[in-house]
Ligand binder design. Structure first.
Ligand code: ADP
Ligand code: ADP
Length: 228
């Protein structure tokens, strides 16, 4: 599904964030990305939805090289990739329902289909009863569940989460990871950057560890491997 070969990323300020990444992630996998702050995890993830381009090397997703993908084709890529952020990034003036429907309106789905799909994903994250609420009327964990609902409503093949539990307490974090696991069990590939030792060591999955822009470890059913 994703193949990176010889990927380097040097930002305009001269910082080298990635320094020779070679990796394949297959359809249906659940992958944790771990490593110290500043290691390059976010940059690695940003390459997968073309938020950043590599300075060198290739990032191929389903046969398409994202390094050379034309700007006007980026929206098509984004439909197949759902992204979840640490700080949720919900639109504050739109209701829960509208935040999720927005992703479908831009692709001109019929109102009836939009309604069905939004209610289906709200059901999946168990927040049907909050459809008319504004984001700031929800807890952090609920806001994150809404952002997951928004990320999957187009049924993307890949969901990427960049420290999705970074702002949440441990119990709430587990709710979020269980939802991601449920989405994965239905066939969606999940890539999640995390600092949660407890989650990684409990729910054993593939672990890719990045340090100073390089993959230093890549294990199926791996460990977190850092103190905290
Ligand atoms: P992590 O997610 O592991 O904390 P990042 O990918 O965010 O790591 O950052 C890797 C390195 O790249 C760090 O040194 C960081 O300061 C730098 N960096 C990240 N984003 C930018 C940017 N937009 N411009 C310049 N440097 C950046
Ligand atoms: P159907 O295809 O009839 O909707 P499924 O069993 O395939 O039935 O899906 C049921 C649930 O999966 C729905 O509630 C839907 O909201 C949810 N869902 C939506 N998008 C995704 C996705 N990308 N990955 C996993 N589940 C999803």
């Amino acid at each position: 599904m994703i193949e990176m070969k010889g990927v380097h990323k040097k930002y305009p300020n001269g910082v080298t964030a990635l320094n020779g990444i070679n990796v394949s992630i297959h359809k249906g996998e659940f992958v944790y990305v771990v490593g110290p702050s500043g290691a390059g995890k976010s940059t690695f993830i940003k390459l997968m939805y073309r938020e950043e381009k590599p300075s060198k090397g290739s990032v191929v997703m389903n046969g398409v090289d994202l390094a050379t993908l034309k700007e006007r084709k980026v929206p098509y890529l984004r439909r197949n990739v759902g992204v979840v952020f640490q700080d949720f990034k919900l639109l504050p003036k739109l209701t829960v329902y509208e935040n999720i429907a927005f992703a479908l309106e831009v692709i001109e789905e019929s109102p009836k289909k939009i309604r069905r799909k939004v209610m289906e994903v709200l059901d999946l994250v168990k927040l049907k009863n909050k459809a008319r609420f504004l984001p700031n009327e929800l807890s952090g964990g609920e806001q994150q569940r809404i952002s997951i609902a928004r990320a999957i409503v187009n049924r993307p093949g890949l969901v990427i989460a960049d420290e999705p539990t970074g702002n949440l307490d441990p119990d709430t974090s587990w709710d979020i990871v269980r939802i991601l696991e449920e989405i994965n069990s239905r066939g969606t590939t999940v890539v999640m950057a995390t600092h949660s030792k407890e989650i990684v060591n409990t729910l054993k999955k593939r672990v890719i560890a990045i340090e100073s822009g390089r993959i230093v470890r890549d294990e199926l059913r791996g460990e977190y491997g850092y103190e905290s």
